[in-house]
Design a protein around this ligand. Structure first.
Ligand code: FE
Length: 201
């Protein structure tokens, strides 16, 4: 049985942060990244059902959504060989690698032609945090960097991300298509479960 104390502390701290920062992105990144780094520093809290890869595609499990939809927390799980499409986010987001390693390819769009322009490619080892937003760069493709086992990352976004109208992009033409990611899970982890397991019936 995992102990969700660490996760509960994270969502409490992050709720306080969105209360104080509002839509101030620089403050959310500056104060939110240390919270995410602390959450992913120990891999002892994520229930296995939210860290389970699927054969057909990468999984995105909603772990928490702020009741006012000011932020959401999602675990992404890639089996070997799996990757996202090239996509945007439309809101601020942070990616923290909990387990394994990932690879991020950045893109931008040529404003005159709409073509995709490949940018930096960077590795994301366990413990690292990456940032996205329309202001700092919002288009990327993320893949599992490991050939032999799943990788898991914890993402925080400035909205209920699974319901957002976003875009995926054709790598060859740059053409954008509408995209709503949804979530892979029907129920959420219970961050209020006492440490050590279920209470007596
Ligand atoms: Fe992304």
């Amino acid at each position: 049985m995992t102990d969700l104390t660490r996760f509960r502390a994270f969502i409490q701290s992050f709720t306080r942060l969105v209360e104080s920062a509002g839509g101030h992105e620089a403050q959310l990144f500056a104060e939110g990244e240390p919270l995410l780094r602390e959450l992913i520093a120990d891999d002892d809290w994520l229930p296995e059902v939210f860290a389970t890869a699927a054969r057909d595609r990468y999984q995105q499990y909603l772990l928490w959504c702020d009741p006012l939809e000011r932020f959401s927390v999602v675990s992404f799980v890639w089996a070997p060989g799996q990757r996202t499409p090239i996509h945007d986010h439309t809101v601020w987001g942070m990616v923290g690698v909990l387990r394994g390693a990932e690879r991020c390819e950045e893109f931008s769009r040529d404003p005159s032609t709409g073509n995709l322009v490949a940018g930096k490619v960077h590795p994301l080892p366990a413990g690292s945090v990456d940032r996205v937003s329309p202001r700092i760069g919002d288009i990327h493709r993320v893949s599992n960097a490991l050939p032999d086992r799943p990788s898991v990352s914890i993402h925080v976004y400035g909205a209920n991300v699974g319901t957002l109208q976003r875009h995926v992009f054709d790598p060859a033409t740059g053409a954008a298509a509408p995209f709503v990611s949804g979530y892979s899970n029907a129920s959420l982890p219970n961050p209020w479960l006492p440490a050590g397991g279920r209470p007596p019936a």
